[in-house]
Design a protein around this ligand. Sequence first.
Ligand code: WTA
Length: 635
Amino acid sequence: MSNYHIKNFPEYFHIYRNSVRNPELFWEEIAEEHFLWREKWNKVVSWDFSKPEIKWYEGAKLNITENCIDRHLYTNGDKTAIIFEPNNPDEGALHISYKELHERVNKMANVLKSYGIKKGDRVCIYLPMIPELAVSLLACARIGAIHSVVFAGFSSTALSTRINDSDCKMVLTSDGSYRGTKSIELKSIVDEALENCPCVETVLVVERTNTPITLKSGRDFLIAPLLDAASNDCEPEIMDAEDPLFILYTSGSTGKPKGMVHTTAGYMVYTAYTFKNVFQYIKGDVYWCTADIGWITGHSYIVYGPLANGATTVLFEGVPNYPNYGRFWEIVEKHKVNQFYTAPTAIRALAKEGVEFVDHYDLSSIKILGTVGEPINEEAWHWYDDNIGKKKAPIVDTWWQTETGGVMITPIPFSTPTKPTYATLPFLGIQPVLMDDAGNEITGNQVDGKLCIKYPWPSIARTIWGDHQRFKETYFSTFKNMYFTGDGALRDEVGYYRITGRVDDVIIVSGHNLGTAPIEDAINEHPAVSESAIVGFPHDIKGNALYGYVTLKETGESRDHDNLRKEINQIITEQIGPIAKLDKIQFTDALPKTRSGKIMRRILRKIASNDMSNLGDTSTLLNPEVVQDIIDNVL
Ligand code: WTA
């Protein structure tokens, strides 16, 4: 029992040691004592990183929604599961109890079934942050359908790529979504996307903004009357431990997005266990994660992790600056939030607006603060600590990834002494290592290298949907028998980890992972563009912003560069979404290339960051003369 809830630092060390000495026993006990199984496993873990093949709790049978909902009904049925806080504060919050959640999920599950959705089918969910979003994830899980949530800020092209990649039979969407003073017409984005998606048979539409929509006969249906008519009883589909639970797309350094596949039992055990410890959740606490359910943080730590612990989780539809920059703190005060989890980019944006917006509210309920998604800089860390936690709430800087399913490196609050900008120590059962470029493990402290994990954990992604080879190449081929994270990290004198950032062509902008290749592909579609290269450069609020170097087909000719810049960003918005727009676009006659024709991004990155020192040896380039020209015209 004691393994489940770590309460002090010696206990962390003791349990950590046991968890890595005997992982099978450790993960067996956690699973055994804290979840509802229809049948137990035959084997806790079997794995081979060279294939890679990873299985947890093989032979076990369960349904994750029984663990997230049903088992709480007898003891906690009237307890609030979800507090929905709408975009417009005047609309008033909605408290959904575990009993009500059970009914809503069952009704939705029955509607999905009545449209032919069954175990193993893929359902695309393109919804704003409203209760139906959480309910539809759980409804899919109830009947064994695989959900694929696409963040409702992605464009129609990005949506159709994702729908087609996993052959979704159904799309769940809404008429529109509210974002502060704006509203976005989601249904028309879906309509556009579906012109290229023959696999979709049905679209179910939630009415949220009441904007006019068109319903395609035989394909599109309003969901409200269907839910009204549906039974609130739905037997859960009994799943195998390794049946897929969901697909979630993440950007890669090259080509199309990767549909990371997470399976049922391991994901459930790991997200529940990390949630309990990373947020030291105790009964009665109100927990709020500001992420969107369209990202992994929302999947694991708005929906599955909290609900598996019978927690109360806040689901916020709006944005931090509407009606004003005090909105987050108003919500904290109103719902007496105990654990608050957000991204460094949000902290920086709010810090910039000054403390007046904070001081107006009573934040004394806050016990623990969390951050995720990108490295947090020291200034933002202190602002958060001073003004939000009032130096009393430990900050958990949690490092993890879509691929890892749950938090991997993190302090345990009230146990691990925190250190600004450090994610500190591995979570229980996690075995991080640093590797050098020659493929050797770097031992000892005060070192840096590429961050890998050398032993599996229950919620590691199992494959990339439809492309196991790419899964192997991306994560398991750089270093033998290791999961490679794509991040660099350093380990300080006491063994604390600090994540230094991506070491591949993924750039994290405002906490969103963006691959450079898809953005370059989009730009290159502009008829005037010959070639492009995207790099990141430091940005006060977003962490990184995007800098594009673009060469045009017809140089010499005087073109309206400002107009071209607009058109380029327009193409990016259409192909990917506004999150991938470039902050700066420099037109140049050529890009610096190696003799084998590869663009030298390292040099471009330095120039964009205004770091002209140490550009390295440029004489080996095919065209060294362009470097000076680019420097002379840097924006
Ligand atoms: C970065 C988000 C520094 C990292 C859960 C990782 C972080 C990528 C941190 C995954 C952190 C996430 N400190 N960097 N605390 N957390 N990252 O897939 O580069 O959206 O590889 O998952 O975000 O982003 P993803």
